[in-house]
Ligand binder design. Structure first.
Ligand code: SF4
Length: 219
């Protein structure tokens, strides 16, 4: 697991300790179909995992693929994806994405970052998730968890997720780029929370320079 190894890494030696290890935390989504992963990631924006799952299951229990979804009107999706929140905006995005995939890519999902980020509502994070999960490419998806935790651990000193992606790629071996997101999201939801991180029970607290900052706020 990546965190077991990270424990032995310090900000000084960076991720050197991870380099030769095969013990990666494997958070590969059980869903790997590129279209479904893309839509699932769009649904997951600004909501919790359980809400994403409900909306995703509901959507794909009614419509099977990009061809069916591209023919719909946004209103057709409202009730189905409501659990994921922002359902009007997400419905529109999902249908627009589907139309573009059919018009420009013969109904397939492109496997290049530059093409993926041309799709409406698809940023670098979403594109990198699709590239890793569906195409097994070395892609580093930096979301709010990865950005926050990397800064707290002192691995980077950055202001935006985009800067974090650039800096992390310099110090993390490319084979860890994909698994890192899943590990950090999980860790960020349970331990290194945005507010009141649980530093006292964090297994990285011996190597974390932010431990003192949050020590008295830990619950
Ligand atoms: S010690 Fe605290 S701030 Fe540092 S990684 Fe752990 S939970 Fe996050």
């Amino acid at each position: 697991m990546v965190w077991e190894i990270a424990k032995r890494a310090s900000p000084q030696n960076g991720w050197g300790a991870l380099k030769n290890s095969q013990k990666l935390y494997n958070n590969i989504n059980s869903e790997t179909d590129p279209y479904r992963v893309l839509i699932e990631t769009v649904l997951s924006q600004r909501t919790k995992d359980e809400n994403t799952e409900k909306a995703f299951k509901s959507l794909f229990s009614h419509y099977k693929n990009v061809f069916e979804i591209s023919k719909l009107k946004p209103q057709d999706l409202y009730d189905l994806i409501k659990p994921a929140g922002m359902y009007k905006q997400k419905s529109e995005r999902i249908i627009n994405i589907s139309k573009i995939l059919i018009e420009n890519y013969n109904g397939t999902v492109p496997d290049e970052l530059e093409e993926l980020i041309k799709l409406p509502g698809v940023g670098r994070k979403t594109a990198n998730i699709v590239l890793y999960v569906s195409f097994s490419k070395e892609a580093l998806a930096v979301d709010t968890h990865v950005h926050r935790i990397s800064n707290r651990l002192g691995w980077v000193k950055t202001k935006t997720p985009e800067e974090t992606e650039v800096q992390l790629k310099k110090i993390i071996p490319s084979e860890l780029w994909g698994p890192l997101n899943g590990s950090m999201v999980n860790f960020g939801q349970k331990i290194c929370k945005p507010i009141s991180p649980k530093c006292m029970e964090c297994f990285l607290n011996e190597v974390c320079p932010s431990k003192r900052v949050y020590k008295n706020k830990s619950r």
